[in-house]
Design a protein around this ligand. Structure first.
Ligand SMILES: Nc1ncnc2c1ncn2[C@@H]1O[C@H](COP(=O)(O)OP(=O)(O)O)[C@@H](O)[C@H]1O
Ligand SMILES: [Mg+2]
Length: 407
């Protein structure tokens, strides 16, 4: 096993396209690192530079304590783990796992010992004589990992291994990969465009956008303290709401409520007059279900509810609002880049399934605005990553403006 250090790595393809731009990333020995971002952001390119399938234009790739830039893939001792279709259907599970050892003509005794040990680890012992077609999807994934294990690779690399599977199988396989990684403790780099996979699998997640690393952090840190609009919009489902927020003196006007800014955040905002406020759907609640003690730590305001969706264990309400054209344009662009189908001029609110709020009603919502993020609309920078924009006790006395009618 080994740590992987990526130092100021760049990739320019032969046609001049810069796919990876000055990426530096330290992956600890035994860590499960996710590379995530929309399609085309450079995830596969970066993974292929780690494993040696793609030349590194500049920078250093260090595995363990050796620089490997000039080393051939087979000399890097890393294992790409392919999904189940890479198994040979006519070979037994034993021979499928043994495959890399057979390739290098390892003695039979060694093959037997390594395959037996790997099978034990992977709970495949009683399946060794079967063919891949006789196994479940999860078991096949384990066979593919068995192949990587017998090679005693320093790290496992996965490139979107679950993207061709249906939702149910994807969930099962995700659990399987996580369980095996925890059991083996092998350094793992896993590429996906799926934020759910990123959030559930990784010790840490590296978010890429157009070849540039945006933020590397634990899933929780990314979710609660995104560095910018891009990370905030990419992580979380349904996505964070982005609302226009007008600065009026030391007050902030949102579509449905006005809140007082803390002096230090007010100072940070400087002469910006319009911001984008980021509020996650679950930061809202049906005001009628909020206990008195908690009610005082937030604001209550009225909204026009367009549609509600009841899903048994959760419920969403969709609330249209108006936004100035420049903010709308900025959000449309972000939406496109995130491959998001979310309509940005409607707010999504997560409600308790017990809530009686219904379509077409004016509903009373509760929000603790100290949980809100404020973004610079031009750079996308999160101006409130380390500090709440509103004090909770101030929020309680905030005056809601007259509710606006939807467009
Ligand atoms: N051989 C190549 N020549 C030129 N551009 C390439 C080549 N391979 C990939 N690209 C471009 O580099 C960018 C990143 O590709 P890739 O790493 O495959 O993205 P991802 O895996 O994040 O979807 C894409 O815009 C892609 O079109
Ligand atoms: Mg890819």
């Amino acid at each position: 096993m080994a740590a992987i250090t990526i130092k100021n790595v760049n990739k320019t393809y032969a046609d001049g396209f810069k796919a990876v731009k000055d990426v530096s990333l330290d992956i600890a020995d035994g860590e499960f690192m996710i590379l995530v971002g929309p399609s085309g952001c450079g995830k596969s390119t970066l993974l292929r530079m780690i494993v040696g399938l793609e030349d590194i234009t500049s920078g250093d790739m260090i595995i363990g304590d050796k620089r490997v830039n000039e080393k051939a893939p087979r000399d890097r001792n890393l294992a790409m783990v392919f999904q189940n279709y890479a198994l040979y259907p006519h070979l037994s599970v034993f021979e499928n796992i043994a495959f890399p050892l057979r390739l290098r003509k390892a003695p039979d005794a060694e093959v037997k010992e390594r395959v037996t040990n790997a099978a034990k680890l992977l709970e495949l012992t009683e399946h060794l004589d079967r063919k891949p077609s006789q196994l479940s999807g999860g078991q096949r994934q384990r066979v593919a990992m068995g192949r990587a294990i017998v090679r005693e690779a320093d790290a496992f690399l996965f490139d979107e291994p679950l993207s061709n599977l249906d939702a149910k199988l994807r969930g099962q396989m995700r659990t399987e990969i996580l369980r095996m990684q925890r059991r083996l403790g092998t350094t793992t780099v896993y590429v996906t465009h799926d934020q759910t996979e990123a959030m559930t699998l990784g010790d840490r997640v590296a978010v890429l956008r157009r070849g540039v690393l945006q933020q590397v952090a634990s899933p929780r840190e990314l979710y609660e303290h995104p560095v910018n609009l891009f990370v905030a919009g990419f992580i979380g489902s349904p996505p964070m709401n982005f609302l226009p927020a007008a600065v009026r003196g030391d007050q902030l006007e949102l579509p449905f409520l006005t809140v007082p800014l803390t002096p230090s955040v007010r100072e940070r905002i400087g002469d910006r007059t319009l911001l984008i406020a980021g509020i996650r759907p679950e930061y809202f609640e049906d005001a009628s279900l909020v206990e008195d003690s908690k009610r005082d730590r937030g604001s209550v305001f009225e909204v026009p509810v367009d549609v509600t969706e009841w899903l048994g264990d959760s419920q969403y309400a969709y609330i249209p609002y108006e936004a100035p054209e420049d903010i709308q344009a900025q959000l449309r662009e972000l939406e496109q880049e995130l491959d998001s189908e979310h309509l940005r001029t409607q707010m999504v609110v997560s409600l308790d399934p017990m809530s009686r709020i219904r379509d077409g009603e004016t509903a009373s919502l509760w929000l603790n605005p100290s949980r809100m993020h404020l973004f610079d609309p031009r750079s996308g920078e999160n101006l409130t990553r380390d500090e709440a924009p509103v004090k909770p006790e101030a929020a309680a006395s905030a005056t809601p403006p007259a509710p606006r009618t939807p467009a």
